[in-house]
Write a protein that binds this ligand. Structure first.
Ligand code: PLP
Length: 380
């Protein structure tokens, strides 16, 4: 099956009871047994739920893995990965990573004796220089947020394989429509399914997909033992979202390209960060590992004025000023005052998050309305 068929049929079969084409929402915590232990594969919904099973099979199918796991949020999925580790273990992570992941690593898992190295990963040789006998996990997020840097997954995997280290990739921004990390050598692919996978800004969810049975069994154990699962209603919504992932992503990419090109020629715009431009420092890697360039764009305006950027995002009428990304509607954010406000100015500016930086999640509305909206907001 090819990708555009897997999003609709991957891992799915009509419901066994009545042939329902859509998986029913099994809104139940428990399951009747005929005799102790005599059940139909389901005992208690923290462990398994048929709606969640359908979703987990869909996750595995679209990411070209063998086993999928659904969690109550993206961070709950990352938390489960970290519980594979022991005190004394070391993790090499990209320095340019989702703020919530950084908080989980430093505020929770550092306290449990795990050591993190936050480094630039654009060059795989740099990753290798941090490897020692305690290194157990390499954490890659690509494209990164909000600077849209690209990390070479295959090159990272070569380092991981050479030293027998696990490689996990946060594939939230790209989605399997654009990039399939397991095919490039990753051991675990992770998603905030809250974003493009769900696609309609109506749920919070996380996903993991792996190929290896032993690793899957460990993660299923953690999923059940720690219990950060998602409910059947959200599982249904995520499945429904996945069915249109390919058509949504196609339009996100088309609109993203048009918006990036519009901004690049705008006289008031200074820099546009989008991996589809040949001038993007990691464009060649993006071309190699991604099928297209997505709808996430960041840009700065000339003069780098904090107040002016706040005015621009306030004046947008079609783009909604909000955190998050990946929904059908276009969203805009101002990292310096929103997602990155807690980072000291000098530290955030070092990574490129300057005062005028605006991040766009380009939705699937009519492109003429999106460009007209940006034009009027930048003009005021
Ligand atoms: C949102 C996000 C997360 C966290 O996911 P939640 O569903 O909000 O817990 C992790 N990584 C990336 C890249 C994200 O955008």
């Amino acid at each position: 099956m090819k990708f555009n068929t897997k999003t609709i049929h991957g891992g799915q079969e009509p419901d066994k009871a009545y042939g329902a084409v859509m998986p029913p929402i099994y809104q139940t915590s428990t399951y009747a047994q005929t005799t102790p232990g005599g059940h139909k594969g389901y005992e208690y919904s923290r462990t398994h739920n048929p709606t969640r099973t359908a979703l987990e099979k869909s996750f595995a199918s679209i990411e070209n893995g063998n086993y999928g796991l659904a969690f109550g949020s993206g961070l709950a999925a990352i938390d489960a990965i970290m519980k594979l580790l022991q005190p004394g273990d070391e993790v090499i992570s990209t320095s340019d990573l989702y703020g919530g992941t950084y908080r989980l690593f430093t505020k929770i898992f550092e306290g449990f004796g795990i050591k993190f190295h936050f480094i630039g990963m654009q060059n795989a040789a740099n990753i290798e220089s941090y490897v020692n006998e305690n290194t157990k996990l390499i954490w890659v997020e690509t494209p990164t947020n909000p600077m849209m840097n690209i990390i070479d997954i295959e090159a990272s995997s070569a380092v991981a394989k050479k030293h027998n280290i696990m490689l996990a990739v946060d594939n939230t921004f790209a989605t399997p429509y654009l990039q399939r990390p397991l095919d490039l050598g990753a051991d675990i692919v992770m998603h905030s399914a809250t974003k493009y996978i769900g696609g309609h800004s109506d749920l919070v969810m996380g996903a993991l997909v792996v190929k290896d049975k032993k690793l899957a069994d460990k993660l299923y154990f953690i999923q059940n033992a720690s219990g950060a699962i998602c409910g059947p209603m959200d599982s249904f919504l995520a499945l429904r979202g996945i069915k249109t992932l390919h058509v949504r992503m196609q339009r996100h990419c088309e609109n993203g390209k048009a918006v990036a090109e519009y901004l690049a020629q705008h006289p008031a715009v200074e820099n546009v960060y989008w991996p589809g431009f040949e001038s993007h420092p990691n464009h060649e890697i993006a071309k190699k590992q991604m099928d297209d360039f997505g709808g996430m764009i960041s840009f700065t305006t000339k003069g780098n004025d904090y107040e002016k950027s706040i005015k621009i995002v306030e004046n947008l009428k079609v783009f909604v000023l909000a955190e998050s990304l990946g929904g059908v509607e276009s969203l805009a954010g101002h990292p310096a005052s929103m997602t990155h406000a807690s980072i000291p100015k000098s530290a955030r500016e070092k990574t490129g998050v300057v005062d005028s930086l605006i991040r766009l999640s380009v939705g699937i509305e009519d492109i003429d309305d999106l460009i007209a909206d940006l034009a009027q907001a930048i003009a005021t």
